[in-house]
Design a protein around this ligand. Sequence first.
Ligand SMILES: [Zn+2]
Length: 162
Amino acid sequence: MTRLWTPWRMAFIQGEKPRECIFCTKPRENRDRANYILYRGRHNYIILNAFPYASGHLMIVPFAHVPSLEDLEPAVTAEMMELTKRALTALRVAERPEAFNVGVNIGKAAGAGIADHVHLHVVPRWVGDNNFMPVIGNARLLPEMLETTYEKLIAAGIAASP
Ligand SMILES: [Zn+2]
């Protein structure tokens, strides 16, 4: 078995867990750039993952604090898909990936880091980027700085009017 050094994940796993849900508190703070919130829709927002598996790894998060997709109103899940499309369009320009993984981990046993507040992952992929291991094995190649990813996605129009 290959062992992979993943200090960024350990920082997440061992770090002080905030008592409040970060998916609820970050949008309330109204400092979107500092929190890497890229776009706010009516029911959901787009935010960069602070512990990315790949450059451009972002999440679509409903404002509602619920654990699973079926707890959300139809308008909310419909907008989640619209924002996913918006993210894919911008990521193709900003990061030029060859493929994507789009998925939702529902429940801790499925790998959800924050299981109480459902969110959808969009992970850009490249041929030869360790296959699926970065996604399922908590390993990844060195991503670019989050600030750089943020600026590239803004430049690519992720927050542009529909
Ligand atoms: Zn929450």
